[in-house]
Design a protein around this ligand. Structure first.
Ligand code: TXE
Length: 480
């Protein structure tokens, strides 16, 4: 697969003619080429988005909606094809891509395509003296930068509301997983979006992402990725007064009380720990268990984790596929070594796994459970972003809250208890943007999504997204 940039409605090579290898993580082999775009390509893309902005922003909401709905229908028809491409590019089980990633990308388009049909303006009435009305207008050219863990899911989570609100877009998917954004650009072309409304640039963060977020004609940045990258981008945005939303890392607590529904909790905790090989910013990586349940929990959790099958992503029997890249697998395994040095006990897993035959060069590892660490160690403070969890006991509600909040991150948390009052109390006291009580990863696209502390700035989702991708303008009319 030779990937091309999509700029001004045309598939183009990077101007320097250079490419980087695209690696299939399930085999470790090169299977395609990705443009190594630079500032010249970004300038071209931003210029085309700028040219397209006046007419796109002036189209009626229903016209913009119909383009997005057509795109959703096209994607729906090719769900299987996109799921296979996602699984090959990322290493995630095909079953997950079919059930979660691609359906959610379709939903993103449908949700925002229809949400804009119901938008209305606000009026603040001042009686007989006058009134205010508030217009919400698109900003212009916006930059959408997405990561590799949920490639099309997060790419569309940004471009759908940006386009629906009337902005034109330059989007950069992760260079580690560019395939589905590329084949989406083929569908965008087929649907016939006006030229320049959506431009997709491929390449590395420093070569293509940085010039994009720095460009003076880009007025808004929506970014999901690592906290260090987010900090760098935030500095650029601040110096240039750009509107910004940052969805960054997490080190989410999963707080389990002994009065919970044990079977449901165990099944869900296995998923919240190891889905997508633990490479979801919402995974619960610090498991806190009430001490009177600790031994029973650990035994059952290990028993259920043992049942997970690690295998080729395309195999329907695989629960875990491969880690996204060699570098990332090495990073995860280095944290397992660190955990041992910090006094942790590997209760299960912690190993690199080599499959047979054509998959022998793939990046596989076992789901890993570590105990006996305290909250202050690096293993419990730094985002590992892999199939590695720690398990710790707590003896009171207050201690659970303290441990949960002992983190520089604050994205999500899960609470397991059948005591309704306690559940609400804990939800209120944990510093995080998203709390699930007796569940995990239930997503309603209308709800605000994002984190506190080093997990990010701002919220996206539902009307939060439509507000983020527009600028309010208040107009006062004097009647006196
Ligand atoms: O992410 P990066 P990486 C975490 C996770 C992971 C770590 C690093 O802990 O180990 O981040 O992952 C683009 N200007 N998460 O290195 O670099 C880049 O090309 C503009 C959590 O893969 O943040 C890609 O498109 N753009 C996370 C995107 O930023 C830049 C998901 C994300 O890449 C850039 C992924 C720059 N200077 C990783 N540098 C989550 N919260 O979901 C890079 N990029």
């Amino acid at each position: 697969m030779r990937i091309a940039n999509y700029i001004d409605g045309v598939f183009v090579e990077p101007q320097n003619g250079r490419y980087i290898d695209n690696i299939d993580p399930s085999t470790g082999k090169i299977y395609g080429e990705i443009p190594k775009s630079t500032e010249a390509d970004v300038t071209h893309a931003v210029g085309s988005a700028k040219k397209a902005f006046p007419s796109w922003s002036q189209l009626s909401a229903s016209k913009r909606s119909s383009y997005l709905l057509k795109l959703a229908d096209e994607l729906d028809e090719k769900l299987e094809y996109f799921a296979k491409a996602e699984s090959k590019d990322n290493g995630k089980p095909l079953s997950l891509a079919k059930k979660v990633d691609i359906p959610r990308a379709i939903d993103n388009f449908r949700f925002f395509a229809t949400a804009i049909l119901h938008e209305k303006s606000e009026i603040h009435d001042m009686g007989i003296s006058g009134f205010n009305y508030t217009l919400r207008r698109p900003l212009g050219v916006v930059a959408c930068i997405s990561p590799w863990n949920l490639p099309l899911y997060l790419f569309t989570w940004k471009i759908a509301p940006a386009l629906a609100a009337g902005n034109t877009v330059v989007a950069k998917p992760s260079e580690i997983t560019p395939a589905t954004a590329f084949i989406l650009s083929e569908l965008i072309d087929k649907v016939g979006f006006p030229k320049g409304v959506i431009n997709i640039i491929h390449g590395k963060g420093e070569d293509a992402g940085q010039p994009l977020v720095s460009h003076s004609d880009v007025s808004l940045i929506s970014f999901t990725g690592g906290t260090t990258t987010g900090e760098k981008i935030n500095r650029i945005a601040a110096a240039n007064f750009k509107k910004i939303s940052l969805e960054l890392g997490g080190k989410n607590p999963n707080v389990i009380f002994s009065d919970c529904d044990f079977d449901k909790m165990i099944q869900t905790t296995v998923r919240s720990s190891f889905s997508n090989q633990g490479q979801i910013c919402l995974c619960g990586s610090r498991i806190l268990v009430e001490s009177n349940l600790y031994t029973r929990f650990l035994k059952a959790f290990i028993q259920e984790t043992k049942k997970l099958k690690i295998g080729p992503p395309m195999d329907p029997k695989s629960d875990l596929g491969s880690i996204v890249s060699k570098d990332h697998k090495e990073k995860i395994l280095s944290y397992v070594e660190l955990a041992k040095k910090e006094g942790g006990k590997v209760e299960f897993g912690g190993e690199s796994i080599t499959l047979e035959g054509e998959y022998s060069g793939g990046f596989y590892m076992s789901p890993t459970i570590i105990s006996r660490l305290d909250m202050s160690c690096r293993t419990n403070q730094e985002e590992i972003f892999g199939p590695v969890v720690t398990v710790m006991p707590f003896s009171s509600e207050n201690e659970a809250i303290q441990l949960a909040n002992n983190s520089r991150y604050g994205l999500a948390a899960t609470v397991w208890t059948n005591d309704l009052k306690k559940a609400h109390r804990i939800a209120d006291n944990i510093a995080a943007g998203i709390i699930w009580i007796n569940s995990w990863l239930v997503r309603d696209l209308r709800t605000p999504f994002g984190g506190v502390k080093e997990s990010g700035v701002g919220r996206e989702g539902g009307y939060e997204s439509l507000r983020f991708f527009t600028e309010p303008k208040n107009v006062y009319v004097d009647l006196k």
